[in-house]
Design a binder for this molecule. Structure first.
Ligand SMILES: C[S@@+](CC[C@H](N)C(=O)[O-])C[C@H]1O[C@@H](n2cnc3c(N)ncnc32)[C@H](O)[C@@H]1O
Length: 159
């Protein structure tokens, strides 16, 4: 049982609005085509997985949040970023929205994201996270940063 399982029932009420603001910004840079595949790492209840005009798939370790996402018709499964159950380079786009600060092993999670992706990634994490510097360094080490955007609550990095 994770922290996110505990708060799953109230998650959307608490966070939907702020998460949608981040997605709006990301959609200005990311415009996948209908036939392209997008993976959402740490998809939670699917707020960040919904309403993309392409094929989407999500993973998240919280069974309860994944159950909520499935009830909304989102294709997803219970899994962690550190061990993504997908083949190498199988997604055109990968997003991970406000989840990296929760990874057990940040470098391993980011390496896995790189392994299953191709060349379009957007990674966001909480500005106020005590792991902020560690996350920024790990992203810089593993990817080539194209753009950094400071949003109200998150740092949004496009790589
Ligand atoms: C703030 S929520 C964001 C959820 C979703 N991306 C959204 O925008 O609503 C953080 C998510 O990170 C997930 N998470 C925690 N540890 C993780 C890990 N090791 N790998 C992937 N996701 C993880 C949590 O279960 C939770 O759903």
């Amino acid at each position: 049982m994770t922290y996110y399982d505990d708060i799953a029932e109230g998650y959307e009420e608490l966070h939907r609005e702020e998460q949608l603001k981040k997605i709006e910004i990301i959609k200005q840079y990311f415009k996948p085509k209908k036939e392209e595949k997008l993976l959402d790492v740490g998809c939670g209840s699917g707020i960040s997985t919904e309403n993309w005009n392409c094929k989407t798939y999500g993973i998240d370790p919280s069974e309860k949040l994944v159950q909520i996402a499935k009830q909304k018709g989102i294709e997803c499964e219970v899994a962690k970023a550190e061990n993504i159950p997908c083949e190498d380079h199988s997604f055109d786009y990968i997003i991970s929205i406000t989840a990296i600060q929760n990874f057990d092993n940040i470098e391993k999670g980011l390496q896995e994201i790189k392994r299953v992706g191709k060349e379009n990634f957007v990674l966001t994490f909480l500005k106020r996270s005590p792991k902020r510097e560690k996350i920024e360094q790990a992203i810089d080490k593993i990817f080539t940063i194209r753009k950094t955007i400071e949003e109200e609550k998150d740092i949004i990095i496009i790589v």
